[in-house]
Ligand binder design. Structure first.
Ligand code: G6P
Ligand code: MG
Length: 223
């Protein structure tokens, strides 16, 4: 099927906020439980909602807290995270992204943003890219976290396109799985050893041109 739509994750794909999420979770683990939270552990939190991220972190740290305290912990993590990202500027857009987004636009493909983050619109505004997207689905409207395909399927529905013609760009294992669960193509952005389930992996957008995306139907892995 012909590719009609490119769906982009935000954190770790368009802008490197993954490192700020990591710093905030690591700080929470240290200050609240005196536990070390490694960059390797952090892979499991990428693309996952705030509250589910806390549950995973608690499991990794071998800690448990009453349900009512979880809200305080996620609020604290978000407070630190928002402090870290307050100073983000368009300079932090990842290499090759702007050029690639412009190519997608010129090719007349739809462009959607699909993020589990409740801070997604704020971030997009800060980096000045809101105007490029035909559709934005973020953590304020999604009820099921990746690897559930909800966030991506909502984009397809809003745009009125078939999921099979959508390509998802993701830095998270859960995001690759979510794309495939939604019958979409998945391009991994990051380490090919971590994102090996993707139909194609790039380490940065400098490595890809729009024609690679249009040709993806020949290389689909999940069929
Ligand atoms: C993104 C990140 C996750 C983060 C989630 C929620 O998907 O990859 O690490 O937990 O968004 O973000 P939020 O800004 O709402 O806490
Ligand atoms: Mg991400």
């Amino acid at each position: 099927m012909k590719i009609t739509t490119c769906i982009f994750d935000l954190d770790g794909v368009i802008v490197d906020t993954a490192k700020y999420h990591y710093l905030a979770w690591k700080r929470l683990a240290k200050e609240k439980f005196n536990k070390d939270f490694s960059i390797h552990d952090n892979e499991q939190l990428k693309g996952v909602s705030r509250v589910e991220s806390l549950n995973i972190l608690l499991r990794i740290c071998n800690e448990d807290v009453p349900e009512k305290e979880k809200q305080q912990l996620t609020d604290l993590k978000n407070k630190w995270y928002v402090e870290y990202i307050k100073r983000i500027t368009p300079d932090e857009i990842l290499p090759g992204v702007l050029k690639f987004l412009e190519d997608v636009k010129n090719k007349k493909l739809y462009m959607a943003l699909a993020s589990a983050s409740k801070n997604a619109r704020l971030l997009l505004e800060r980096i000045g890219l809101t105007y490029l997207f035909d559709c934005i689905v973020d953590g304020t409207v999604v009820t099921r976290a990746k690897p559930d395909p909800e966030v991506f399927l909502k984009c397809a529905e809003e745009l009125g396109v078939e999921p099979q013609g959508c390509v998802v760009f993701e830095d998270a294992i859960a995001g690759i799985e979510a794309a495939h669960a939604g019958q979409m193509f998945a391009v991994g952005v990051g380490d090919k050893h971590i994102l090996y389930k993707a139909d194609m992996v790039i380490s940065s957008f400098k490595e890809i041109v729009i024609d690679n995306v249009v040709n993806l139907p020949k290389t689909k892995k999940n069929e």
